[in-house]
Design a protein. Sequence first.
Length: 445
Amino acid sequence: MKFEEPTGESLPPRASNLSKVFDVARDTVIFLVLSCYYILESMFLTLVPNAIRPMKSLKGDVVVVTGGAGGVGRQLALQLARLGAKVVVWDISSEGLKKTCADVTDEGYEIVSYVVDLADREAVYATAERVKNEVGKVDMLINNAGTVFGQTLLELSDAAIETTYKVNILSHYWTVKAFLPDMISSGKGHIVTVGSVAGLLGTYRCTDYSGTKFATVGFHEALFTELRVPKVTKLPKMPKVPQVVKVPKMPKVPQVPKVAKLPKVPKVPKVSKVAKVPKVPKVAKVAKLPTIPKVPQVAKVPNMPKVPQGFKVTKGHKVTKGPKVPKVAKVAKVPKVPKVPKVAKAHGHSSIHATLVCPYYINTGMFDGVTPRLMPMLEPQYVAATMIESVRKNEVNCIMPGSVRYLLPLKCLLPAKMCWDLMHRVMKGPQSMMEFKGKRKVAGG
Ligand SMILES: NC(=O)c1ccc[n+]([C@@H]2O[C@H](COP(=O)([O-])OP(=O)(O)OC[C@H]3O[C@@H](n4cnc5c(N)ncnc54)[C@H](O)[C@@H]3O)[C@@H](O)[C@H]2O)c1
């Protein structure tokens, strides 16, 4: 028996498996080498004091801060203005905005404010257009506005839940969609998303608030990947397309000449009315009825000429047979070309930064009444300063206080009952939220 050499066609499955294994091995080695570099870089940057660390300058940058009338927002406006940024504050509270503007201008800096309800998408888009026209291209967007009702799920009205979602997360989509394209075209920008520790650990009386803050984490991480994915993705290899046999040109089909009108069918004369039969007297003999004139026969309609098959005939047109169309040679089947992945507009923009900020309780009145057991509330000045520092370092995540980040892995590693006991018995998280008063009136509907 003759041993046949395996042909090229029988090789691909094994060869492609081998090349896949090789690709994975190569990428893993590159990843491990880079990981060593990232860990060393991170350790070095942690040890280097901020004073001697290069930080991004914000001088002349246009920075939009939403929720600029609130505790953290007002502090952000003040501290950013001190760094030379052109600050633009948005808020629903016109009184609060006046106070922020007064604080900033009292120190001799400029600030622009816009009253806008972030729960209203159209208002957000319209205000963004006004900022672009009146102030200029936005370099940094800080999505800081937030709202909380502090009620259990069954206490929360549907309207309250919707408001929390509109303000705390949906508005991020509208503002980023409004400002990101300009950042992309200028090759410079920064999106800051204010989340919360309640967006990393589910919090008592915060089904709506925690839900939206978890969403901010997902939003930030997904946006970060979109911006980072390199623009030129490797296109799949296209199979060779066999040459297509040339189709012979079709001769022009002569126009169908207009056909002479068909002869008119003679009108059938109306049958004359039958003369009334005179009343016959009962006894007298029946008078002879007058004979009814014969109705002339209807002239026969001439037969229509037969129409050749395959042609549509319009009424009253004679069809002449078209010339024979030569047979078209069979075209070889073209193999399916794999779909080319769409390269999204937002790809390949690593010069546009994204930072997620997740603070613990802040002393702004938003969580008034809450008394955390182990850690005191953070001060808004400290939160704003840490946030700006993190942004100037182009950090991707900023969790406050930093110690919280070491607690997070426990959530996935420890048994759920143990985590609950830690929260309930040791930290007394739910108990402290039971004292929640907050500062906003509960939306009744
Ligand atoms: N305070 C805390 O304990 C705490 C903890 C973690 C995270 N955060 C987050 O920090 C951010 C700032 O919070 P804060 O403590 O300064 O609260 P704050 O209540 O003082 O400020 C929030 C601001 O958002 C504005 N706002 C609310 N709804 C709005 C709407 N529909 N349109 C426009 N503006 C609206 C408010 O008017 C207010 O000025 C929020 O995103 C909040 O969720 C706060």
